[in-house]
Design a binder for this molecule. Sequence first.
Ligand code: PHE
Length: 454
Amino acid sequence: MADKQTSSIHGEWSSRWAFILAATGSAVGLGNIWKFPYITGENGGGAFVLVYLVCIAVIGIPIMMAEVMLGRRGRSTPINTMKRLAMEAGQSKLWSFLGWSGMIAGFLILSYYSVIAGWSLAYIFKSASGEFTGSSAETISTLFGDFLAQPFEISLWHSVFMLITMVVVARGVRHGLEKAVRFLMPALFVLLLIMVGYAMNSGAFSDGLRFLFSPDFSKITGPGILVAMGHAFFTLSLGMGAIMIYGSYLPQNTSIAQTTFWIAGADTVVALLAGMAIFPIVFANGLEPGSGPGLIFVTLPIAFGQMPGGLFFGTLFFILLLFAAWSSAISLIEPAVTWLVENRNMQRFKACVYAGLATWLLGMGTVLSFNQWAEIKIFGKTFFDNLDFLTSNIMLPLGGLCIAIFAGWLLPRLMSADELAMKSDSQYELWRFLVRYITPIGVAIVFLKAVGFI
Ligand code: PHE
């Protein structure tokens, strides 16, 4: 066995908490607050939420542990980590393809993620200028529709977001990331609680809760199950190397299982709170739960327009959403940048310029798919929908499947047991059982069901 490397050349987190914060920063983002509510709305509510929760528990958590473990063992970029571990385990170097596909998935996701984050950025200013105050639901919907209709403004916000993301990435993980997440995550959490408090008094709280938590299985379809599973990967940042690379900066003596529970738990709570804040407003104002990606940009401003102190809370909310998106965006591009540094011998700054420009350019496709290209459809979907489908529902679950197979079947037991260092043997056995059997079979069943095979 080659000597075990105990730290990464790119730096290490200052403590276990720094890792938890950064990984939570990666996990909690637009996925929880923007995407979870709108896909829940599109897929009929309760049953979808239940499938999503089951996927988090039996697929997401074990794979997250596997990813952190592989990252810490390999101590490098996902591509080099996989190559190194495959060689250590006597497997083909070709396993590095996992790093490649992850890097590509991260790049594809960031291209549209940045556009939506740009919307949040724009909404900070709309909120602060009092545009929502006292406005009717209809005015606010029209406002959003008009905003989407003009590519110039959206592309400007998308450019600003890409720029601020690359600035943090260029400064390196320890300087940029750790500091930003420490205060913002708790603040976002508190603000969500305030929003839920408002929703409780808005009159339709029980309708909202019923929609979210009482499962009606006739509403869920095979493709809906795939969306729920895909979202479990997306929301936990799994299957593309982001968590693997963060794991590579994790100090050696930290418990992987415990930290994983923290991160997955926080991520899930944030998503459920977002749902509990949004759906009561949807029902109280007669809006359509399945109205798509604009859902939070229409519902929340209605609430801010009506609640006392709405100008302040609304502005603060979009600021915090921006930060949540920012800390996720950083982790989407980190694998590509580190790879350019390691394998192309680039300066970190130059690597950021290249990666950032390419992502920005691809993002223009998403900008246009909400206006000029809205009618251009491939497989019945716009450019944005296709990108989202390809990454969340295909690339991430496939990446996760390969991670599970590698960690469960190919990596020698001794290595995973040593790296995970679980408190008891039975915990380790449970993890191993889940990654060897439940995760791969679960992913396979969902894929087959989505294409109508079973
Ligand atoms: N988990 C992030 C979110 O929910 C998105 C993300 C996906 C980040 C994959 C990194 C990797 O917004």
